[in-house]
Design a protein. Structure first.
Lengths: 86, 143
């Protein structure tokens, strides 16, 4: 039941967010003069910065985990699941 | 296992949600800015067909392949297609909008410098798609 509810929540968000975007993003009031090159390329470079920072943090965490929790690490300890006979 | 804790996972989930909200808000704001057409924008009817572009200005004159605008003014393109799907692109000004048969799509821009720029169809539309080009001529403002 919880799974179905979660699924419907995700589906509702997928429908609702683009609908709200379509209804309100452009608006009816007249816009201002702007250089769309600046707006669009700024957005692009900021998003690229986010993407590369997230990529570096995630891959760095994975690399650290693989290095720290390898069997041959001096501080490696067996988990309770693996028993105490190490 | 008594010291088990989920808090790093919850922090991770929170950071991901916050990042997605921020990215979504930034994109929304950029979209809001570039989709608001200034009230005094001149309307230019752009018609794509295999394999050339026709531009019709507010005074009724038409040009084929060459688009003439003035720097410092805003222009709203109403884009039509007579046959298949094309895509109207002025790469240097980040203008890109599909031309869909039976629909009118719109996009606006305000050129800031005098010069010439390429116009190119960006949706494969048949044999001569590669040569469905045009030229944007940005001229000095007349008034």
């Amino acid at each position: 039941m919880k799974g179905i509810l979660g699924l419907f929540l995700v589906l509702a968000a997928l429908v609702v967010v683009p609908a709200v975007d379509l209804a309100f993003a452009a608006g009816d009031e007249p816009g201002e003069y702007l250089d769309r090159r600046v707006v669009i390329w700024n957005l692009f470079f900021r998003m690229m910065t986010v993407a590369f920072v997230v990529g570096a943090v995630v891959s760095g965490t994975i690399i650290w985990q693989v290095w720290r929790f390898r069997e041959s690490h001096p501080k490696a300890k067996p988990t309770p699941y693996e028993g105490t006979d190490w | 296992m008594s010291e088990h804790s989920n808090w790093p996972e919850w922090i991770y989930v929170g950071v991901v949600i916050a990042l997605m909200c921020w990215v979504g808000a930034e994109a929304w704001q950029a979209e809001r800015l570039v989709e608001h057409v200034p009230a005094d924008a001149e309307i230019i009817k752009v018609t794509g067909q295999q394999w050339f572009w026709t531009f019709e200005y507010e005074d009724g004159t038409k040009t084929i392949g060459d688009l003439y605008v003035e720097s410092g003014k805003a222009y709203k393109f109403e884009i039509h297609s007579k046959d298949v799907i094309h895509s109207f692109n002025i790469h240097d000004y980040v203008v890109l909008m599909d031309a869909v048969p039976g629909r009118v799509t719109t996009v606006w821009f305000a050129p800031v410098e005098v010069g010439t720029h390429d116009i190119q169809c960006r949706e494969y539309c048949g044999l001569i798609h590669y040569n469905m080009r045009g030229t944007l001529h940005v001229e000095e403002a007349s008034t």
